[in-house]
Design a protein around this ligand. Structure first.
Ligand SMILES: NC(=O)c1ccc[n+]([C@@H]2O[C@H](COP(=O)([O-])OP(=O)(O)OC[C@H]3O[C@@H](n4cnc5c(N)ncnc54)[C@H](O)[C@@H]3O)[C@@H](O)[C@H]2O)c1
Length: 332
């Protein structure tokens, strides 16, 4: 049994704590949050500050506001604790570089909470695309259109930190990086701020990958559409499931849509219609799969699926997109 501490008991931290409690290989050995009321909800030693923890731990999950990730990861690594740092790895590249340096200095593993990589369906998509099932990848279209309820923004998400680029598109960008490889260039165009808040809420990102493929991501957190990763996969009980495809990738020999993993092949040019074939991937509970992987990483039996250096690259693309939107729209 690995003794795991969960730091930050809010929206995602409470889910991590539940996953740790239910996991046969882990014990919830500490909960850390300045909110005593949240700590009281767990039958585990509670602390208001990471520095005050005085129980032995084998690893920690950092689910604090993004601006605190770098400080908390450095404290945890200095204490000898491997970490999962929630995404984004940090709120800026300087913070990400501090985590990468601390990881290198201590030799301890740092996973980043890009949990989508743990879906069997995402791994199958990657295998199909990188294994040549659609030939050479040419282009991709990704849609994320969700309506967030207003109270969601009555927190640290009120200002620029509430941009769906930093909170949500970081996942879409990471998924595309996982499937299509490194991003060479990103451009962005913002949509209207219909909520009237000084914050990005919708737009289009254009990505060019090092291998020559291109992708667009159309996003909004102000539209109740059926299309988005969580709605398509049903991975998050806070977001209603529609089961609709939201990512479409084409190549020189065919195309695939996700999450249905419908592979379209057999056409040599536009005079022929390709035929569909649905691939199967066993459903995954990604936070559980991520924790199982973390326990193996702590044991040294598996290498990190996404370490701090890899997550730093996803963050760099995401920050570049956010900066481009802020410049273009004149918003925070
Ligand atoms: N992987 C995912 O799908 C996913 C989903 C949601 C959020 N996140 C990420 O997780 C992080 C937290 O987001 P959230 O939505 O849960 O936020 P939240 O505001 O709901 O929760 C943050 C918690 O951290 C606590 N906290 C603040 N300062 C602290 C400190 N110094 N030490 C310990 N705890 C402290 C707060 O009291 C709060 O309970 C963010 O980085 C966010 O981007 C990831």
């Amino acid at each position: 049994m690995k003794r795991i501490g969960v730091v930050g008991l809010g929206l995602i931290g409470s889910r991590h704590a539940r996953v740790v409690l239910d996991h046969p290989g882990a014990e919830l050995a500490a909960v850390i949050d300045p909110d005593a009321g949240l700590r009281a909800g767990y039958d585990a030693p509670g602390f208001g500050d990471l520095a005050d923890v005085d129980v032995p731990l084998d690893g920690v999950i950092l689910a604090t506001p993004s601006a605190l990730h770098a400080d908390h990861a450095c404290v945890a690594l200095a204490r000898g604790w491997p970490c999962i740092v929630e995404k984004p790895l940090a709120s800026d590249l300087a913070g990400a570089d501090r985590i990468v340096a601390a990881q290198a200095e201590t030799g301890l593993p740092v996973l980043t909470g890009h949990h989508r990589r743990y879906h069997n369906s995402v791994q199958e998509l990657r295998d199909m695309v990188q294994g040549g099932a659609i030939g050479t990848a040419v282009m991709a279209t990704d849609i994320w259109g969700m309506k967030k309820p207003d109270p969601y923004f009555d927190t640290w998400r009120k200002g620029a930190d509430g941009s769906p680029v930093m909170i949500n598109m970081v996942h879409d960008i990471d998924t595309l990086r996982f499937v299509l490889g490194d991003v060479a260039e990103v451009q962005a165009m913002g949509g209207a701020c219909l909520r009237g808040a000084d914050r990005v809420e919708s737009g289009i990102l254009a990505l060019r990958f090092a291998n020559g493929a291109v992708a667009s991501i159309a996003f909004s957190d102000n539209t109740p559409s059926p299309w988005g990763f969580e709605a398509g996969t049903g991975e998050n009980f806070n977001i209603a499931t529609t089961g609709q495809d939201m990512l479409f990738i084409t190549g020189t020999k065919g195309a695939v849509s996700f999450p249905s993993l419908t592979l379209w092949r057999g056409a040599t040019d536009w005079s022929q219609a390709p035929t569909p074939q649905v691939q199967q991937a066993a459903p995954t509970v990604p936070l559980v799969a991520q924790l199982t992987h973390f326990l193996a990483v702590i044991d040294g039996t598996e290498p990190p699926l996404i370490d701090a250096r890899d997550a730093r690259e996803t963050l760099a693309v995401t920050l570049a997109a956010q900066a481009a939107l802020e410049r273009q729209m004149g918003v925070a």
